[in-house]
Design a protein. Structure first.
Length: 400
């Protein structure tokens, strides 16, 4: 992957059948789901054991993400980003369609995973609520402080639901789920989940469910008890911070050392500099448009384009260079302007404004990517720190 071979990458989704799944991915994103199956997850970008994303556009179509990392690590991932354990891509991104409640589970941190799991890291994750029914809820943490010994008895008595912290959720919420947090999704929700590239999950309860073959899923009680945070309930919802760049709205949703998430609402055009330091993942929630990029130092030289639309996830390689994302309306506006100039017509052509909305994920430099831009926009130290969650798990505090 020389500079002239670098381009934005699209991937085939990996669909996961789940007993709690549904068909929302089909109706909301127009994804072509397997017929007659309950699809609970769409793995959009992954490099994990047998699940590896396959490229579906351009020169590397048919190759998988692992092979590109093996041959072009710095060009793709970036000089400032470390691979995950097992020389894997550091993040995993998926959509979750939960028509019913999931199992109650917890994830370990890096240290516990290193000593107890083969080729796995810990699992820090965050959920962005794409859609939720009116009374949708999640579980994060415990209702009150409880000892390990007492909680084990609660599990055995099958009264665990009485001790969970239920959170009402709404479209646009961002929920932070660090390691050690007991959690589950209670159904009627479509989520975007960004996480460390790990499948280390310890199931505590599956609500006595069985699959279509009458088989219940494995529980991992002892490991779960080892890693659960039994402290008081926290505020797992993160309050976003918004800035305006020209006519565009950029919302910082969360930031930690593992990942940062921004929600971008673009009404015009949006510039992104892929300067070799890190990759960006963009997942489009609405609208359509184009990505303009060039392998030259000047984007006006040898400019190339890629069409984008709702439901697609794009990986921008670290060395892609200056990149411009334009809405379909911006493209139409330029076309109308050129036609007016060509025909010497001065009257205005009114077109319907349609924003391009996408989630942006990356592994941040906390100081340069989070603190400095937000300070420049007038946010206080405390407001910026709040993007990292509470004190015990907050990565931003150490950079002030």
């Amino acid at each position: 992957m020389t500079n002239k071979e670098i381009y934005p990458l699209k991937f085939y989704e990996i669909f996961k059948e789940k007993i709690w799944g549904g068909r929302k991915l089909e109706s909301f994103f127009k994804k072509r789901l397997p017929e007659n199956k309950l699809t609970g997850e769409s793995w959009e970008l992954v490099d994990h054991r047998e699940d590896i994303s396959v490229i579906r556009n351009g020169k590397y179509r048919g190759d998988n993400l692992k092979s590109l990392i093996k041959n072009f690590e710095k060009e793709l991932v970036g000089k400032d980003v470390k691979l995950s354990r097992g020389e894997r891509f550091p993040l995993l991104f998926k959509y979750i369609d939960a028509s019913k409640k999931l199992s109650i589970q917890v994830h370990p941190d890096d240290e516990y995973a290193y000593h107890n799991e083969r080729d796995e890291t810990g699992k820090t994750e965050a959920w962005y609520v794409v859609w939720a029914k009116t009374d949708a809820q999640l579980v994060c943490g415990l209702k009150e402080h409880i000892s390990r010994r007492r909680f084990k008895k609660v599990i055995e008595s099958k009264k665990i639901g009485d001790h969970l912290n239920y959170i009402n959720i709404y479209k646009g919420d961002l929920i932070f789920v660090p390691p050690g947090t007991i959690h589950t999704i209670m159904g009627g929700v479509l989520l975007a989940e960004i996480q460390q590239n790990s499948d280390a999950t310890y199931r505590i309860s599956d609500w006595d469910r069985v699959d279509r073959y009458g088989k219940s899923r494995e529980l991992h009680i002892n490991k779960a008890l080892d890693v659960i945070d039994f402290s008081l309930v926290r505020n797992y919802k993160i309050q976003s911070l918004s800035i305006n760049i020209n006519r565009n709205i950029i919302k910082y949703l969360i930031a930690c050392e593992k990942f940062a998430v921004e929600l971008c609402e673009i009404f015009d055009e949006y510039k992104l500099d892929c300067d070799g330091s890190k990759f960006y993942i963009l997942s489009f929630l609405g609208g359509n448009g184009q990505i303009f990029y060039s392998n030259e130092s000047d984007i006006n030289l040898n400019t190339k384009t890629l069409d984008i639309k709702k439901g697609e996830t794009i990986l921008l390689p670290a060395l892609l260079g200056e990149t411009i994302i334009k809405t379909a309306d911006k493209l139409r506006e330029n076309e109308l302007r050129d036609n007016r100039l060509k025909n010497n017509k001065l009257r205005s052509n009114k077109i319907r404004e349609n924003k391009l909305k996408f989630l942006k994920f990356y592994v941040p430099n906390i100081t340069n990517d989070i603190i400095k831009p937000l300070i420049d926009k007038g946010f206080t130290k405390q407001e910026i720190i709040s993007l990292g969650g509470w004190d015990k798990v907050n990565d931003i505090m150490k950079y002030f």
